[in-house]
Design a protein around this ligand. Structure first.
Ligand code: ADP
Ligand code: MG
Length: 570
């Protein structure tokens, strides 16, 4: 109430905004700067924080703040609050489509934007709860004809469309309570399931009845005609969650193989596990496919940059006596890139590695007896993953889940062997071990028996230079890449990034992390940045309160840093 009282005395109103728009109608675009400020709309306060310089520039930044009218149950804990905010962002986006006329006039004129969530429920800054206030952050292309202000159109957007959007998206009575409740409780249960994984001694859980395949290679919605998941009987785990009981396949720590014929659903299962680090919206099919939060997809990525990384557990004796304790390249091969990806994952704190033969370098994964005869170890720098996966688990506690349909070499080291048969996993562990005994491989294990040393590098702050022209410029392109000053960080091989807003936040986090780059190790820096976000919010990363950030893991922050080609370490 005190806040309202201040507003009455100092704040301009909706009518003031209308008059200002009438006054600047038809003037040059710069006159829009006059409407920067706050306006009381009674139901909410509109903040026009930043007005774009011209109709073709990035759209203007606005926020609206209102009392939170949602009942206590909807904000009771963090899981529910995050899901409520996610739900409201979706609803707001839906109402933009319903009530806003959209683009009219030149450039981005007339369009209203809010970041558009996909299949995942992510904490994002588009909608935030700040004590008892709800804040929505969005953008508007302030309309113009040519470069002349279209005042009437602006009035229609800000004074008519926007209030209609707010009325139908941000008040409990406008929402379908059943859907809202399902959204919140699903998120709460998925979080609870992930929290229980350690206690259940699991690295991943795939619920019976889950629908794993996607509508298409470019459409992440469920394939409605897909066969629901069914766990092998002996692997079924039952878990009591706050709002339901689920049963499904539990994957224990250690080395798990996913084998089976081509096109029988191996990669689809692994992909679902990869994305089980996130919660999914009701109806997605993967609501209760949940993975250890520090599980990381590892793949080959030839051409990538690597900076002074210890890859010696996997690569030694490179031609030209190249140092593999401090291996640098601007153009890694398939196998060295995959080795680098594993070593960087360990450096950043990954607890499980997810590997698919489809995206792996064969010579990184296996080396058989005949090849050992033809190319002696002295002339093969690579120690294949099959010789390192076991010490990786036993010494460092890092599990592997590996899709492999093309080689039985992994039978000897696997704790568990699944075989996909027409999209349904069978547990063939005993059979695979029997085969391994009946047909022993002649090959000899390669490399040191123990895993070897882990990298410990200290990034140098000055090597993260985002200057372009006279200002720092960091910009995300889809989930593909980040522009960082004059550098481009390619992220298409970092497969667990799912949202453009995550890249925006990672871009901000790279700049932010520089203050900790004072000789500290990369692992320490990552922990520090994540702790700051945890104790504040994503807003700590950026001066401007923008609505286009979403949560990311330290593993993806490290991945972006490691792919910045100007990076230097001590
Ligand atoms: P693999 O890796 O074993 O060769 P994929 O996982 O790529 O096979 O799956 C092959 C095809 O089968 C894909 O088009 C995928 O969408 C589809 N698919 C996977 N799982 C299912 C399922 N449970 N029901 C129906 N189709 C599925
Ligand atoms: Mg495959």
């Amino acid at each position: 109430m005190a806040e309202n009282f201040l507003y009455l005395t100092f704040m301009k109103t909706r009518e003031d905004l209308h008059q200002q728009l009438r006054r600047i109608d038809g003037k040059g675009y710069k006159a829009y700067k006059d409407i920067q400020g706050q306006f009381d709309f009674e139901d909410f306060v509109l903040h026009i924080d930043y007005v774009q310089g011209d109709p073709f520039a990035s759209p203007s930044r606005l926020r609206l703040r209102l009392d939170n009218h949602f009942p206590e149950w909807a904000c009771r804990n963090r899981s529910r609050e995050v899901a409520l905010r996610d739900f409201l962002a979706r609803q707001f986006a839906r109402c933009i489509r319903r009530f806003a006329q959209g683009q009219r006039g030149s450039g981005k004129s007339g369009a209203i934007f809010i970041c558009q969530p996909g299949q995942e429920i992510l904490e994002r800054t588009a909608v935030v709860l700040d004590k008892d206030k709800l804040e929505v952050r969005f953008q508007v292309g302030l309309p113009a004809f040519g470069r002349r202000i279209a005042g009437q159109q602006a009035a229609a957007i800000l004074l008519e469309e926007l209030p209609a959007i707010v009325k139908h998206s941000l008040f409990p009575e406008a929402l379908d309570e059943y859907r809202l409740r399902e959204h919140l409780l699903t998120n709460e249960d998925a979080d609870a399931l992930r929290d229980q994984l350690d206690a259940l001694n699991l690295v991943a859980f795939v619920a019976n009845g889950a629908l794993l395949p996607r509508a298409s290679g470019i459409d992440p919605r469920p394939l409605e005609s897909g066969l629901p998941f069914k766990s092998p009987d002996n692997m079924v785990v039952e878990v009591q969650l706050p709002n339901r009981k689920v049963s499904g396949m539990g994957i224990a720590p250690g080395i798990t193989l996913i084998t089976g014929g081509g096109y029988h659903g191996k990669s689809t299962l692994l992909r679902a596990i990869e994305l089980g680090i996130y919660n999914h919206i009701p109806g997605d099919g993967r609501e209760f496919v949940v993975t250890h939060p520090n599980a990381l997809k590892i793949r080959a990525e030839d051409g990538r940059f690597v900076e002074k990384l210890n890859i010696s557990p996997f690569i030694n004796n490179l031609p030209g006596a190249i140092d593999t304790l401090r291996f640098s390249t601007r153009n890694a091969s398939g196998s060295t890139s995959q080795a680098a990806n594993v070593m960087e994952a360990l450096e950043a704190g990954a607890r499980a590695l997810l590997i698919d033969e489809d995206t792996s370098a064969t010579n990184f994964m296996i080396r058989d007896h005949r090849m050992q005869q033809l190319v002696p170890k002295e002339r093969e720098p690579i120690t294949p993953f099959v010789d390192k996966a076991r010490p990786l688990y036993e010494e460092l506690g890092v599990s592997s889940i590996i899709v492999v349909g093309g080689s039985g070499l992994y039978f000897d080291i696997a704790d568990s062997v699944l075989c996909m048969v027409e999209y349904e996993p069978q547990d063939l562990t005993a059979r695979a071990h029997e085969i391994a005994r009946a047909y022993p491989e002649d090959r000899s294990a390669e490399g040191e028996k123990s895993f070897g040393a882990l990298p410990r590098r200290a990034p140098i702050a000055e090597s993260l230079d985002a200057q372009k022209g006279n200002r720092e410029k960091v910009r995300a392109f889809g989930t593909r890449s980040l522009q960082f000053g004059t550098e481009e960080i390619g992220l298409s091989a970092v497969e667990q990034l799912v949202d453009n807003s995550q890249l925006n936040a990672i871009g901000d986090a790279l700049l932010y992390a520089r203050k900790y780059m004072d000789g500290r190790s990369l692992a320490e820096i990552l922990e520090q940045v994540m702790a700051d976000i945890e104790s504040g919010s994503l807003d700590v990363l950026s001066r401007r309160k923008e609505g286009h950030s979403a949560v990311f893991r330290k593993l993806e922050l490290a991945a972006a840093l490691n792919r910045l080609r100007s990076l230097r370490v001590e």
